[in-house]
Design a protein around this ligand. Structure first.
Ligand SMILES: [Zn+2]
Length: 384
């Protein structure tokens, strides 16, 4: 197996090796080579060695850990009605953040100009310069082309198709690598990173103003050849339905079961709601119609997720986004388990995500760190 210093760092960073003995077992390298690798990583500040009280054969075992304080990540998580701008350490812990109201329908130029101002304020607040960042992670509520990093025909973002989002932000952070990802993909990666056990596969369905899913397989985000993997919001579940969708079609899952759809149904009952966040506020206030309609939305989402679960047979399916709630989960359970094959669900957990609104921020940090500390990148950097 490849075993340069970058590969050793990867084992430590992913929690697969926490002692020299673990590295020896995982790589088969000689003790001397392992020492050289670890010395290089320690000298570069990429890992830290801790004290351990345990001892074997009189030897003190020192723990090895990825140095999450060596640099920072600037995260911009754009949603349909607001954007969160945060600085995190390399483990995804938020050090400083701000949340600004934006309307994505105002177009990319207007939204990103306001994001740039907020980025500057957040960096100032923490006393940081662009040189203190190892990357900028941007999540958007739409598909992202994996080759260009630009939005790819995003139904909820009129005017954003193929817009150079990274190039727009770059002058504010000269020389800092910018990584753009879909928000559900970022949220799925955040929950994967936060899980206490190593998960083989995870799906997260994000139900906010729109609906999307993120997929993590073998520790990596699976986005598909065009960035469209998991974009289930526009599966036409009710071809005869008159319900219009933002993509221009009728009867999409998002047209009948998203936060926007539930908000429209609530408005017809005389309640004030336009976005997923508004529905969430009504759920939190104990509004029974919001709970009933959210559960009904969960049933429709469960119908589509049943197919996804049969396709991927994931270990965990998580529910995130503004509508993530007991009624939504209850609705999903009703249909998903009834429609999916028992073999595809018998070992699967279906539950609410644990990170809530933090999932995209934690996930973008992880995606940036995965890129900037990949085995090849680290080995090349250390060889200078
Ligand atoms: Zn649609």
């Amino acid at each position: 197996m490849p075993s340069g210093p970058g590969d050793v760092l990867d084992l430590i960073r992913r929690g697969r090796a926490t002692t020299r003995g673990d590295v020896l077992e995982a790589t088969g390298l000689s003790r001397m080579t392992i020492s050289q690798r670890l010395d290089a990583l320690l000298a570069a500040g990429m890992i830290v060695e801790g004290q351990s009280s345990e001892s074997t054969g009189g030897r003190r075992r020192r723990s090895l850990a990825f140095n999450t304080a060596q640099s920072h990540v600037l995260v911009v998580a754009i949603d349909t009605t607001h954007a969160r701008i945060a600085v995190t350490d390399l483990g995804g812990a938020v050090l400083v953040e701000d949340c600004i109201d934006v309307s994505v329908t105002a177009g990319p130029s207007d939204v990103l100009d306001r994001v740039v101002l907020a980025m500057g304020a957040v960096l100032d607040k923490q006393g940081l310069e662009p040189d203190d960042l190892c990357g900028l992670g941007l999540s958007i509520p739409g598909p992202v082309d994996p080759v260009t990093g630009r939005p790819s025909q995003p139904p909820m973002l009129p005017g954003w198709d193929a817009y150079p989002v990274a190039e727009h932000l770059q002058p504010a952070v000269p020389g800092v690598p910018v990584l753009t990802a879909n928000d559900a993909d970022a949220a799925a990666m955040g929950e994967y990173a936060a899980a206490r056990t190593h998960l083989t596969s995870l799906c997260l369905v994000k139900v906010s103003t729109g609906i999307g899913t993120g997929i993590v397989i073998g520790g990596r985000s699976y986005t598909g050849v065009d960035g469209g993997a998991g974009d289930i919001g526009h599966v036409r579940v009710s071809p005869l339905s008159e319900a219009p969708c933002q993509c221009g079609m009728h009867g999409c899952l998002a047209a009948v079961a998203s936060g926007r759809a539930v908000a429209a149904q609530l408005r017809s009952l005389g309640l004030e709601a336009t976005s997923g966040r508004d529905v969430r506020a009504l759920l939190d206030a104990g509004e029974p119609e919001a709970a009933r309609l959210t559960q009904a939305a969960g049933r429709r989402i469960g119908e589509v997720m049943a197919t996804m679960v049969c396709l991927l047979n994931p270990e965990v399916v998580l529910v995130g986004g503004a509508l993530a709630s007991a009624p939504l989960l209850a609705g999903m359970r009703e249909t998903l388990y009834r429609l999916a094959l028992p073999r595809a669900t018998r070992h699967m957990a279906l539950q609410l995500g644990v990170l809530g609104e933090d999932s995209a921020v934690v996930g973008m940090t992880r995606l940036v760190v995965d890129q900037q500390f990949s085995p090849d990148t680290v080995t090349a950097r250390l060889r200078g």
